[in-house]
Design a protein around this ligand. Sequence first.
Ligand code: DX5
Ligand code: ZN
Length: 220
Amino acid sequence: MQQPIRLAPSILSADFAKLGEEVRAMAAAGADYIHVDVMDGHFVPNLTIGPAVVRALRPHTDKPLDVHLMISPVDPFVREFAEAGADILTVHPEAGPHVHRTIQLIKSLGKKAGVSINPGTPVEAVDPVLDMVDLVLVMSVNPGFGGQSFLDGAIEKLKRLRARIDATGRTIDLQVDGGINDTTAPLARAAGADVLVAGTAGFVGGPARYADNLRRLRGG
Ligand code: DX5
Ligand code: ZN
């Protein structure tokens, strides 16, 4: 069953020179999760942040740190991100041969586990691990950069995953990431998404705008 809407602003679009303040401002503005995009310049064509940044941000908020790992290999870094204070660790099956093992590892560390699929990956890729995960993330852009346009194919995937998740009878967040704005947020929501990630649309205009940005994304 679709859950109440939650928003996960991606700090990829924050001011990196003041990340702690940015996270506090976004939490005060009503963010539900703080989305942290981890990129390795190998699985995706961009480099961002590592566990040290997650550790540094942890004291700045009680909100769940929703860490999106776009790295390959991923297993050698899972424990470090978990110990740094991540609450949710989301991984890509395209990043390696053993997504089931990776999710076992995340769960063994007491963290929530997510599985994410790229625009070129069929929804069936999540089936073997659907009984283990707490979150399924549909990428609505090719991962690597903020500010890209929403790919319409994500809508059909969300609908199909909504049905698959509902059939499990388990509570699993259906999350969508990439190109979410005032126009695409309602479409993603109508297709069954529970959690909307927003980088550009969350952080545009600076801290004075955050509450209003989130309100519009919520459809309020
Ligand atoms: C893309 C990242 C996204 C990104 C979204 O690889 O996973 O989380 O920050 O940025 P926007 O909302 O600007 O598309
Ligand atoms: Zn992301």
